[in-house]
Design a protein around this ligand. Structure first.
Ligand code: CTP
Length: 403
């Protein structure tokens, strides 16, 4: 299940030029299934209207006029008590100061004071204001109270200055929201290592042998594990994807580098998920200089790489904390039979059998149709779904194994 389903997020918007970005945040959160209630301060409405938030969330947006309306005695309590998270993005220096001092002179600050849910603040202001000792003291006071502060990004500021003060991109805000919502998930206190992407085996300084793996399934698994509250290490072959917020990323270009990283990381892990397409063969020799045409057509001799999962299986006795090892079987024929053989020969707890011959499943596309085979003989065929959805189901099954 998505981390956002049945989640209510109270989004406070204050008077910063970055308020327009809050509309994008509200829209994206709504699209992924969250219920978003926006509260705009009066200064925020100089930059953006409640109608924008109502339009993107499909829900009423609140302002200070609601604080003094008929529902006033319950509204701030009701809104904040129903929320799973209060996000204030962008948060001005002024609102920050009020929150640090427990002032409650607007629907937003009253709601923040009444809230028992976690609070995430994304300050956005001009560089000098952010660096000011008063602002920094307010941030420290809030941090000490357990408030999560998302540091502003560096870059062009509305004043024309370059500095620290920009509201981070929506994807980064959502990444931090996911981390907070996942805090008490089914993998809290667990450490998960995910290997993702297709390795690259160099022939010379210019050319590589690689494969069609996009890394999407592995990155989705890393995100789903973070959503479940795990500490996640993502060992990634080169991809064009942005790693999920909160993952520790280790870059590995070749199968050998991936093997080395996996063997180090499993020493501290509860779970290993090998979603990578690690090369089975690599050039026996890598030319130091570019192979030139004048030399004629090169004969490339290949040699076998180590099978990472088999190397892990040999180490299982030395890594008692490693409770679950999950692999994938990318097959274009005899799917279940080949997957069952790999489950056994690689000493896995679960294997995800993946038919790569279908155009809507496998490499590069966003969907998958996988069948999970468990070491105890159980089989679970999942219908066609997004790689994120199949990742969420796999993470649920892994959490059940660890229980
Ligand atoms: N794998 C691995 N080390 C390799 C190659 C693959 O650990 N050098 C892992 C993959 O990450 C995957 C599983 O083994 O989880 C199965 O990979 P797959 O490519 O389907 O099978 P192979 O073992 O490489 O066998 P074949 O290519 O002959 O099907």
């Amino acid at each position: 299940m998505s981390i956002f389903s049945n989640k209510r997020i109270l989004l406070g918007v204050t008077g910063s030029i970055a308020a327009y970005k809050a509309a994008d945040l509200a829209s994206k959160l709504t699209q992924v299934g969250a219920q978003v209630d926006a509260i705009l301060t009066d200064p925020a409405q100089k930059f953006i209207t409640p109608l924008v938030f109502q339009s993107v969330t499909g829900r009423r947006a609140y302002t200070d006029s609601d604080l003094w309306g008929a529902e006033a005695h319950v509204l701030h309590i009701g809104l904040s008590h129903a929320a799973d998270l209060l996000v204030i993005a962008p948060c001005t220096a002024n609102t920050l100061a009020k929150l640090a001092h427990g002032q409650a002179d607007s629907l937003l600050t009253v709601s923040a004071l009444a809230a028992s849910c976690p609070l995430l603040i994304a300050p956005a202001m001009d560089g000098g204001m952010y660096d000011h000792a008063a602002t920094q003291a307010n941030l420290d006071a809030l941090k000490k109270r357990g408030v999560s502060i998302l540091e502003p990004a560096e870059g062009h500021l509305a004043s024309g200055l370059i500095g620290k003060g920009r509201l981070p991109e929506t994807s980064e805000l959502i990444g931090h929201i996911r981390l907070i919502l996942g805090r008490n998930g089914s993998l809290t206190q667990r450490s998960v290592v995910v290997a993702a992407g297709g390795t690259q085996e160099p022939l010379d300084p210019v050319r590589i042998l690689t494969n069609h793996s996009s890394g999407k399934q592995g990155y989705a698994l890393a995100q789903a594990a973070l959503d479940a509250g795990a500490r996640v290490t993502l060992i990634s072959a080169p991809t064009s994807l942005t790693p999920p917020v909160g993952a520790k990323v280790i870059h590995a270009q070749t199968a050998k580098q991936m093997l080395d990283a996996v063997l180090i990381e499993i020493a501290r892990a509860d779970v290993l998920i090998m979603a990578a397409a690690a090369a089975d063969f690599r050039p026996k020799d890598t030319a130091k200089d570019k192979i030139k045409k004048e030399g004629g057509i090169p004969q490339i001799e290949l040699e076998a790489t180590d099978d990472i999962l088999k190397a892990v299986a040999k180490k299982r006795l030395e890594t008692p904390a490693l409770r679950a090892v999950i692999g994938f079987a990318a097959e274009s024929q005899n799917l279940l039979e080949n997957a069952a053989n790999k489950l056994q020969s690689k000493g896995l707890d679960i294997i995800a059998a993946n038919d790569i011959s279908a155009s809507d499943a496998g490499f590069a596309v966003d969907t998958n149709r996988i069948t999970l085979l468990f070491a105890n003989g159980r089989k679970e065929a999942l219908p066609l779904m997004s790689k994120m959805e199949s990742a969420e189901i796999m993470i649920e099954r892994i959490a059940q194994l660890l229980e």
